[in-house]
Ligand binder design. Structure first.
Ligand SMILES: NCc1[nH]cc(CCC(=O)O)c1CC(=O)O
Length: 319
């Protein structure tokens, strides 16, 4: 006889449904149980206000967490970059699966590359992080671009380009990959140009801390390197006291000598949205083996960035 289905709480957006569907398959493989999707509407899905205005952190996540806390669902899948850095005691990040491509990309008209955009090109992004770095690059390389705030799901954003209202939009590669629209990408932005959001490209699988059996089963989907990297990135974000809508980019990766992994590198940037000032730093350290070591890597880099004036560049604090 089949066991009772596990209930996976998910947002209804195409991206959320795609990533929940993929995780559902993986979870039913490791648990041997069927997984059913339970759709939950979040404030971030219904609000027409700009994300920065509604206060950033966690708007997509709160409703899913409430459903978990009420026991209406057994686990939830979040985009890690949308997850607040403070973890509620009653919930646990049971798994952080292997990360997808962390880069940002552009989808531009006429298959244009970022550096081939014509003078005065209008690029849609509502993200202060993307604005700051794109504008900084443009200033340094004599590009004349205008970043235009946009919001909405991936279809809406790409629609602005197809309708001719914008020359390009900036999106995360991972999101496009997950919804099967990777072929719309016209250029991949090097992380030397635009550092992604902390946690970008990674998913978080969360369940009740009290549900130890489920947490243990879900932990089979955890990728320790991804977990260490995103822990360092999010520790940096927390130490800067910035939220997910703050102009903070961060990416941790492994430095290898041939096949031998030597160190973890953490790169981070904070800047003003006009790109006039960036604080950009990098550090390397031993590959973290514990949560605390990964946290320390992020904290240490944040301390250096704050010493270089990072706090003054973040504008109004997201919470
Ligand atoms: N802010 C919305 C959001 N949250 C997660 C992703 C997809 C990429 C990911 O999982 O990191 C996106 C869309 C985007 O930024 O293009």
């Amino acid at each position: 006889m089949t066991e009772k289905a596990l209930r996976l709480g998910t947002r209804r957006s195409k991206l959320a449904m795609a990533q929940s569907g993929q995780v559902a398959n993986a979870v039913s493989q490791v648990t041997g149980r069927p997984v059913e999707l339970v759709e939950i509407t979040t404030y971030g899905d219904v609000s027409r206000e700009h994300l920065a205005q509604i206060g950033g952190t966690g708007v997509f996540v709160a409703a899913l967490r409430e459903a978990l806390a009420r026991g209406e669902v057994d686990f939830a899948v979040h985009s890690l970059k949308d997850l607040p850095t403070t973890q509620p005691d009653e919930l646990v990040l049971a798994a952080v699966p292997e990360r997808e491509d962390p880069r940002d990309v552009i989808v531009a008209r006429d298959a244009l590359k970022f550096t081939d955009l014509p003078r005065g090109a209008r690029i849609g992004t509502g993200s202060p992080r993307r604005m700051a770095q794109l504008n900084a690059y443009a200033r340094a390389h004599g590009l004349d671009i205008e970043t235009v705030p946009v919001r909405g799901n991936v279809d809406t954003r790409i629609g602005f380009v197809h309708k001719g209202e914008l020359d390009a939009v900036v999106l995360a590669a991972a999101g496009l990959n997950r919804i099967g629209r990777a072929d719309e990408v016209t250029d991949f932005l090097s992380v030397d140009t635009v550092l992604p959001a902390p946690g970008q490209g990674a998913l978080a699988i969360e369940c009740a801390a009290g549900n130890a059996d489920l947490a243990a089963a879900l932990a089979e989907l955890d990728d320790p390197f991804t977990r260490a990297a995103v822990t360092a990135e999010r520790s940096l974000l927390a130490a800067l006291e910035a939220g997910c809508s703050a102009p903070v980019g961060a990416l941790a990766d492994l430095l290898a000598d041939g096949q031998i992994v030597k160190e973890m590198r953490l790169r981070a940037v904070v800047g003003t949205t006009d790109g006039s000032t960036l604080v950009q730093l990098s550090t390397t350290g031993p590959v973290p083996h514990t949560h605390e070591q990964a946290m320390a890597l992020g904290r240490e880099l944040a301390t250096e960035m704050l010493a270089q004036g990072a706090a003054g560049l973040m504008g109004e604090r997201a919470h």
